[in-house]
Design a protein around this ligand. Structure first.
Ligand code: EPU
Length: 338
């Protein structure tokens, strides 16, 4: 039995910006077999396809004239262990934060720095989610994905995923070609805390505890203080990546702007805090229609209510131009804009 095709489907609950757009069709996918069957499904043969996990990293600018694939593949379990690590597998449709909380509850820490990141397990590798001193790629073992055109199952190891900063194969050559069905993480048995990030270190200090649960709690507290909850104020997390500039450009910039927040890279280049650049240009709190720059973190664009994806993109463009005029630095959007 093929999965039902739902016509004229509202996507409002499927994108964390909360844009009120619709898909011509939608289909719920709850197993790898159902995903594999798409390749031979005549009902959708010539339709564009849009894979949606939690919709936390996408800007939907208009109705989608195709089929939205709603990934609901569930399940999480320990599949193997060796002397050094646990190997844990999760279905692509599992909520990321709940998955992280579960790994701690069953005594397999290692993902706690990534608590409260919106979205699903299957979306995590696409942009190699990262926060507070940890990137998902560091805990990744392999994933399974179905090639949409053929229905064939593929396994990708870490190398094949080509993880970078908020980047992977699935944002480049693999874009739109695969649907990730499950991910395996490698969680080292010798747990070492990652608590260098200043805000997290401070929260830990206050709590007096330093175990994985304490880091989880600290990260949750820091995120709640700075980042808007998409259930209250629609957003897609950081809207821009932190740009990397060459050593010379950085020295020139710092001579003009001694306060610029930056992180030196091993090769002498510098990663700049895009939030600082945008803030310095005076954008915090400014709006175009219902689309606004968050007033506590200039890197986050929010939907104050009734915003359209087009307004968010217009706001993003104005910010990009302004930052370029002021600092000569190009900002690159982090979410996928459709
Ligand atoms: N800053 C300002 N004004 C602002 C925002 C930031 O001056 O309006 C300054 C801060 O004071 C700080 C620096 O910029 O000195 C960096 O800010 P923050 O620590 O908030 O981190 P970020 O670089 O803006 C990145 C990630 C976040 C992640 C945090 C913590 C990117 C694009 N963003 O933000 O990831 O949670 O670090 O690790 O790399 C996401 O990707 O969606 C995301 C939220």
């Amino acid at each position: 039995m093929p999965q039902p095709l739902i016509a004229d489907y509202p996507l409002r609950a499927h994108n964390t910006f909360g844009f009120d757009v619709r898909a011509r069709f939608a289909m719920r996918l709850e197993s790898e077999a159902q995903v594999a069957a798409l390749a031979n499904d005549g009902r959708i043969a010539n339709l564009p396809q849009l894979v949606l996990g939690g919709g936390s990293n996408v800007v939907l600018t208009r109705d989608f004239d195709g089929v939205a694939l709603l990934v609901g593949i569930l399940g999480k379990r320990l599949i193997a262990q060796d002397d050094d690590a646990y190997f844990v597998e999760a279905g692509a449709g599992e909520n990321w934060h709940d998955f992280v909380a579960w790994t701690l509850a069953v005594g397999m820490p290692g993902l706690e720095n990534l608590a409260l990141i919106p979205g699903t397990v299957g979306a995590a590798p696409i942009q190699n989610i990262g926060a507070y001193g940890l990137e998902m790629g560091e805990r990744f073992e392999r994933l399974r994905a179905i090639e949409l055109a053929t229905g064939e199952a593929h396994e990708f190891d870490r190398e094949a995923c080509a993880f970078g900063y908020r980047d992977s194969f699935f944002k480049r050559a693999g874009r739109g070609r695969f649907l990730i069905t499950s991910v395996v993480f490698r969680l080292p048995k010798a747990w070492t805390p990652r608590a260098d990030y200043a805000d997290v270190a401070r929260a830990l200090e206050n709590s007096g505890k330093h175990d994985a649960q304490a880091i989880f709690d600290a990260v949750v507290a820091v995120r709640r203080a700075k980042l808007p909850d998409w259930k209250v104020l629609g957003n897609a997390g950081s809207f821009f990546k932190n740009p990397v500039v060459g050593a010379e450009a950085f020295d020139a910039l710092r001579a003009r702007e001694p306060e610029v927040v930056s992180y030196r890279q091993p090769d002498g280049s510098a990663k700049l805090a895009a939030g600082w650049l945008i803030d310095r240009c005076g954008w915090k709190g400014r709006a175009i229609g219902g689309a606004a720059v968050h007033d506590r973190q200039a890197l986050v664009l929010v939907n104050r209510g009734g915003a359209t994806g087009a307004q968010v993109l217009e706001l993003a463009d104005a910010i990009r131009r302004d930052v370029f005029e002021h600092f000569g630095v190009q900002l690159e959007a982090e979410p996928v804009c459709l």
